[in-house]
Design a protein around this ligand. Structure first.
Ligand SMILES: [Zn+2]
Length: 416
């Protein structure tokens, strides 16, 4: 079986930097990904949006102006990824041809962006850009921002997630963040110890590691790795949701929207989460889409948020006639999943078989490694995932489903 994730070698440099490297001989490119192990989770409580603001400034304070920086990579046929922030981490990356000098130059540019920058240029300009991003994403605040904000408050009392809606932060905070706070955040978290590099391509691992050691990434800077989050044991939410009646003249809201979410944690056997997801996916499809024909679009989603996993059922567009029965029907589907031993077995076998058939390209492999490192601080190989599925039992899946009981969910129904 081809297991590209098992091909990575892990090195920890003397300065604390972790490097995951794999060789794809005969490939003419080298893909780099840089993970800073602190995303929005590291935002100071009174300054949501800090990690994202720092991400915006990193490339503004690179040794080259942003356009020239991008052009260096594009002119050689590669590309630069100048940053993305999530709750779990912040990542950057680039792709270049397999050529020692080009790769060394790429590492020099990203090294000074990610380790030695003075965040002086572009602060006010980026503040305006981020406020614009916020306005664009949350045009109708009562529909887009408030439901998530209330959900997080209900599901995560006493936990940093209780005030998290998105990495952008709040307009008040975006306006309040100072130059000095940005630099302090950067100096604290943009350190080799809090960083992992993933590299995949034509360079031999030993060449790649030497290149990293000889670059800025090999130098010392005091810092510590942000610890792996301790699983959050969510209590029952104090509030279980609300119905929002929208102005019927707002375009796009002629039907009903439904989101029901519960706070869970990554189970001891992570395969329990994906099998619960698939069982529920099928059940919702059969019951709500096929049998009742309320909507063509209903699905479960699970989002890793550090110490928690938010498990949700989304429906963007359902028939209004289903308003009073929809949530009860979702509950019935969840309960029914917990009894489907035969289907569980089928899903488990199918997922094991599918793992032996996957065919990701090299960019997808690096992206997946990067996400896995940001979420779990490790790379999960296909072999690990298959072993988890092999040993998975129905009670473990039932354990996930129990966390989705109606009294543990926060449900928002929007209708005209
Ligand atoms: Zn942004």
């Amino acid at each position: 079986m081809w297991d590209p994730y098992a091909e990575f070698e892990r090195h920890v440099l003397p300065n604390g930097l972790t490097v995951y490297v794999a060789e794809a001989p005969s490939k003419g490119f080298e893909i780099f990904r840089f993970i800073i192990h602190s995303g929005s989770e590291a935002d100071p409580a009174e300054r949501p949006g800090m990690a994202h603001f720092v991400e915006h400034l990193a490339n503004k304070n690179a040794p080259l102006p942003t356009i020239e920086l991008r052009d260096f990579f594009i002119d050689l046929g590669g590309r630069a990824y100048l940053g993305g922030t999530s709750w779990n981490g912040t990542s950057y990356g680039f792709t270049l041809p397999v050529d020692i000098r080009s790769c060394a130059r790429g590492l020099e540019l990203f090294g000074s962006m990610l380790l030695t920058a003075r965040l002086e240029k572009g602060v006010e300009e980026e503040r305006r850009v981020i406020l614009e991003e916020w306005k664009e994403d949350y045009v109708v605040k009562e529909v887009t921002w408030d439901p998530i904000s209330r959900r997080r408050q209900a599901l995560y009392p006493g936990h940093p997630l209780h005030s998290f809606v998105c990495p952008l932060g709040t307009p008040e905070s975006i306006l309040a963040i100072t130059h000095q706070e940005l630099q302090t955040h950067y100096d604290r978290w943009y350190t080799p110890a809090n960083m992992t590099i993933v590299a995949l391509g034509g360079l031999a691992p030993s060449t790649l590691v030497s290149l990293v050691i000889e670059s800025v990434f090999g130098t010392g800077k005091p810092g510590v790795r942000r610890p792996v989050p301790v699983p959050f044991d969510a209590p029952k939410p104090v509030d279980t949701g609300f119905v929002l009646r929208l102005n019927p003249h707002v375009p796009g809201f002629q039907n009903m929207r439904y989101v029901s979410a519960a706070a869970t944690t990554i189970p001891t056997n992570p395969a329990a989460m994906e099998v619960a997801w698939e069982l529920l996916s099928q059940e919702l499809f059969d019951e709500i889409r096929e049998k009742r024909q309320w909507t063509y679009d209903v699905s479960p989603v699970w989002e890793p948020l550090g110490s928690s996993v938010e498990f949700r059922v989304h429906c963007e567009n359902a028939n209004l006639s289903a308003e009073h029965d929809f949530d009860g029907c979702v509950t019935m589907c969840i309960e029914r999943c917990a009894t489907q031993t035969a289907r569980f077995e089928k899903v488990r076998r199918r997922r094991i078989a599918a793992k032996q058939m996957i065919d990701p390209n090299h960019h997808q492999i690096v992206n997946e490694c990067g996400e896995s490192l940001a979420h779990y601080h490790s790379v999960r190989t296909l072999g690990d995932k298959i072993a988890n599925l092999e040993s998975l039992s129905m009670p473990e899946v039932q354990g996930v489903l129990e966390r989705l009981a109606p009294e543990r969910r926060f449900t928002v129904l929007m209708r005209p």
